[in-house]
Write a protein that binds this ligand. Sequence first.
Ligand code: IVH
Length: 647
Amino acid sequence: MPPMSNLEQLAMLAVEELENRIRHHNKLYWDDAKPEISDYDYDRLVEALRARAPRSPVLEDMGPDLAGRYGAEVTHQTPMLSLDKCYDDETLESWGSKFQGDVVVTPKMDGIAASLRYDARGNLTLAATRGSGLAGEDITANVRTIVDVPNNVPHGEIEVRGEIYLKLSVFKDFEEKFSNPRNLAAGALKSKDPARCRQYKPSFAAYDVLGQPLESEKEKFDYLVDVGFPPLEYKLVPKDTLRAGYEHFAGTRDALDFEIDGVVFKANDRAEQERMGLTAHHPRYAIAYKFQGESGTTTLESVEWSVARSGAITPVACIAPLPLSGAVVSRASLHHAGFVGKLDLSLGAEVVVTRRGGVIPNVEFVKTPGHAPVLLPKQCPSCKSDVAQQGDFLYCSHPESCREVQIQQLAYFCKVVDIQGFGEKLLAESYDRGLLRSSVDLYGLQREQLLSLERVGDKLATKLLGQVEEHRRLGLATFLRALGIDELGKHVSKILEDRYEILDRVRKVTREELAAIHTIGEIIADKVVTGLAASSEQIDALLQFVEFTAPPVQSTTPEGPFTGKSVVFTGKLLAMDRKAAQQLVREAGGETPSGVTKTLQILVIGDGKVLEKSSKELKGEKLVAQGTPLEIITESDFLQRMGKKST
Ligand code: IVH
């Protein structure tokens, strides 16, 4: 006879025995927290009892019906929308300017949104996830295990919305199995067995109630506490102190027993909310100011002021080393002098610093003030000339003779013109020795001069001179941009090149003419025209050394193979580098956009051997398959059309 299965053995037990065993294991599990059998074996006991005595009160005692409606689709009677989000004060303030009255500020809990429905008698009947916003999944059985959720409320027919989350103090016991508390909360809710969900002890924070005639968010929060939900901390603030609301919650972030990923702001007044209305995605009366990256608290040790290419003198916070998102941070941006004032920053202050996705960390706000004020410099830290203040910014009053400004300008020139090898150290030493005072000097550099610099040997000198030599021929737009004039960046210099084609014409352009160009406008026009006039000497001096590459083909020029065509290169080109190839196309009257789009006309695949197709090539092929009139050609085809022999 084959051995009896566990189930068969159980099936032979008396109902009473099954009930006793289940009670016994319930006690071990729930009261003593010392289970003696696996969840699997426990479930077998329950199944056996259910089969024999479906109405056994023990099954009731265990809590909700295990078979439940878990996972069934639940249509939300009112869609569960998302929140609009922002990452900066300006956006938040502009949001705040759109309505009347105060603002309710709450922490943005990092969990799973849920909707709880109570029936006319005040009993919890249905709990569902947000899902698509229009319909979610039934999680009633699991939600019933959450101690924060009352089973009944005194007033009937309401819907409570909030976040199911895991306390950090609970999460720490499960850390090894789940990557973060939110995942665990989601996992707990997905559990087919409410006993398992209960084991993870999820919590609930209510932030909204529907179905009650309440006139403000504040009334809603008070109501929710009245009917038995744990209070969610909120602040009611006037609109001109939104930042203080943000700082309050961001400042307590480290001390909270749950994770928050931002701060939620809502217009308090329901009538105002109704007036503002909704989009399909979010209500207009609410916004989340989201945290970016990890944040931490540290001490401000000093403030360093440095001079930028523009002559702006900008502060950097030197902070006690702080580990953030996998790196130890000791410097953080303070943006500009105005920000120091806005933060009311002081030395020795405890400051909260965040690291936003890889970029330089930011000082967000002061948690506890320090002992000495941060003084704004009265003199340029580099050249000691007076400081001039313009709005939030401090400027060196003599940038033309300021060492730091000039070194930064030289570095910028090299970067734009693509002269490689002149790092900041080399530029600084050359500047101090009087070899390089402005970009023009680059073109007059002698080998002996370079060799006189520290750590410059024959090989490096040859390389540097070669780089300078190679970059005597410049496109007009590059030349203009390299001048480092405020607002004469990539976009405007390209417009000037396209329109005026030669430098003489650009130099004669008037403010009015420029301002009339779409996307330029008066302020930029003014800066560009003034800047060009002020750089007149430098331009003349540069013209002794540089020459311009041919201006783009004009309408009088005969049609070439690439006139009016947009061409993108991908893969490894054999005959020339990509920049040179693009230059050829532009000289032949074509355009060279940076990416593959529907409007691209020609995609050139380099003849260099590579293992995999580039993403540009794949995208190109997809567009062709979709019927886009894009031509994909090889580098050899390209050279042939250009009238050049392929290598
Ligand atoms: S108010 C229209 N308050 O964040 C939704 N939401 O990213 C109004 N969330 O789906 C929600 N904490 O689940 C509000 N204190 C809080 C919140 C909060 C977390 C969630 C909510 C929403 C999501 C949007």
